[in-house]
Design a protein around this ligand. Structure first.
Ligand code: HPA
Length: 234
């Protein structure tokens, strides 16, 4: 069974047939989860920002979220993340399945290993097999690789910060893939992200919240198709 973590614009999962809503208790806190089926296949859906959405990126209880999915025995996690484009060539809207990450966040509870010395291998932060399955499910409608720069937020970046992200090698920028991806690795859960590019990064083009809303709407329809294709294979 796959776990889906829904991000901004994906707090409700429409095609999904919900059979149960639960509040999962973990050692790190409580988590709202939905169980159900998509195309007849079992699925767990976890809206990252809560239900209703209430936690900004730096206040999300990432440890509780990942622990709750681990406790449900999911075999992998597909995350949906809204991002800005750092590569000026990336169209808005578009979908990107990142293969690399740079973490610029700070002060987040970012590990399950506070009391023991344990260093995960994070050379490849995203699970390759799950990335390939996502790319296949997208039927060509996706950019198949890219480096995700994870910023602290909740504010958007300055133009100079976007320039620096580009110089660092980032293609997209978001606020939620870390520590989520690392925590999933710490729990040995394959994790891949489908990023929805909803705006060009600061300084590349003016940022309009209306346009972000429209881009999200357009992409979410695409993401729903992609997830249905993906789940059909599990
Ligand atoms: N920056 C950071 N996070 C984002 C952006 C952005 O421009 N757009 C959507 N999430």
């Amino acid at each position: 069974m796959i776990g889906i973590i829904g991000g901004t614009g994906f707090a409700e999962f429409e095609d999904f047939e919900r059979s149960a809503v639960l509040t999962a208790a973990t050692a790190y806190g409580e988590v709202y989860l939905e169980q159900g089926t998509l195309s007849g296949k079992p699925l767990v859906f976890l809206p990252r920002h809560g239900h209703p959405p209430q936690f900004p990126p730096h206040k999300i209880n990432y440890r509780a979220n990942i622990q709750a999915l681990a406790d449900m025995d999911v075999e992998g996690i597909v995350a949906i993340n809204a991002v800005g484009g750092v590569d000026p060539a990336l169209p808005v809207p578009s979908l990107v399945i990142p293969d690399q990450m740079i973490d610029y966040t700070w002060g987040r509870a970012h590990t399950f290993f506070d009391e023991a010395i344990h260093h995960i291998d994070f050379t490849e932060p995203f699970d390759q097999a799950l990335r390939q399955a996502l790319a296949h499910a997208a039927q060509g409608n996706v950019v198949g690789s890219g480096t995700y720069g994870c910023t602290q937020g909740p504010r958007l970046e300055t133009a100079a910060e976007i320039k620096r992200l580009r110089q660092d090698g980032c293609d997209i920028v978001g606020m939620t893939a870390m520590p989520e991806a690392a925590l999933a690795r710490e729990r040995n859960l394959p994790y891949a992200s489908c990023c929805v590019v909803v705006n060009a990064g600061a300084g590349i083009a003016p940022i309009s919240h209306d346009e972000i809303g429209i881009a999200l709407q357009t992409c979410i329809a695409e993401v729903r198709r992609l997830l249905s294709n993906l789940i059909a294979r599990y």
